[in-house]
Design a binder for this molecule. Structure first.
Ligand SMILES: [Zn+2]
Ligand SMILES: [Zn+2]
Ligand SMILES: [Zn+2]
Length: 121
């Protein structure tokens, strides 16, 4: 289970190693290679458990929904930090956040964080 994005709606299929991951970071942690970029991403909806593909070059707003069950899968990521309600005004938490750069990134990322987000513009 993905510990980076608590409300992940889909799994993504890494084009490089043909394995399913909940997010780009899961791939980064378990694999020793970089996630390969692709123009056609394969997704697996966690709601209806069906797979589908999306053309990332012509990605539109309507593509943010599962074609099978209409589940909106591109949503603001809920991270463990956000779920705990940490506002960052606690000095102890701030110190920890400064040490771990990834914590900062976590707050704004989506499932596409390290890969396709650039394409989504
Ligand atoms: Zn891979
Ligand atoms: Zn993850
Ligand atoms: Zn679905």
């Amino acid at each position: 289970m993905c510990k980076h994005i608590l409300n992940a709606q889909v799994s993504i299929r890494a084009p490089c190693c043909k394995q399913w991951f909940d997010c780009a970071e899961c791939h980064a942690e378990t694999q020793d290679h970089r996630l390969r970029k692709t123009t056609e991403m394969a997704f697996l909806c966690k709601k209806c458990k069906k797979a589908f593909r999306k053309d990332m070059v012509n990605y539109e707003e309507s593509d943010e929904y599962c074609p099978h069950c209409d589940n909106h899968y591109v949503i603001q990521a809920k991270t463990p930090q956000a779920a705990l309600g940490l506002e960052g005004d606690d000095p102890r938490i701030n110190a920890r956040m400064l040490k771990d750069e990834r914590v900062k990134e976590d707050q704004t990322k989506t499932i596409f964080a390290q890969d396709a987000s650039v394409r989504l513009g």
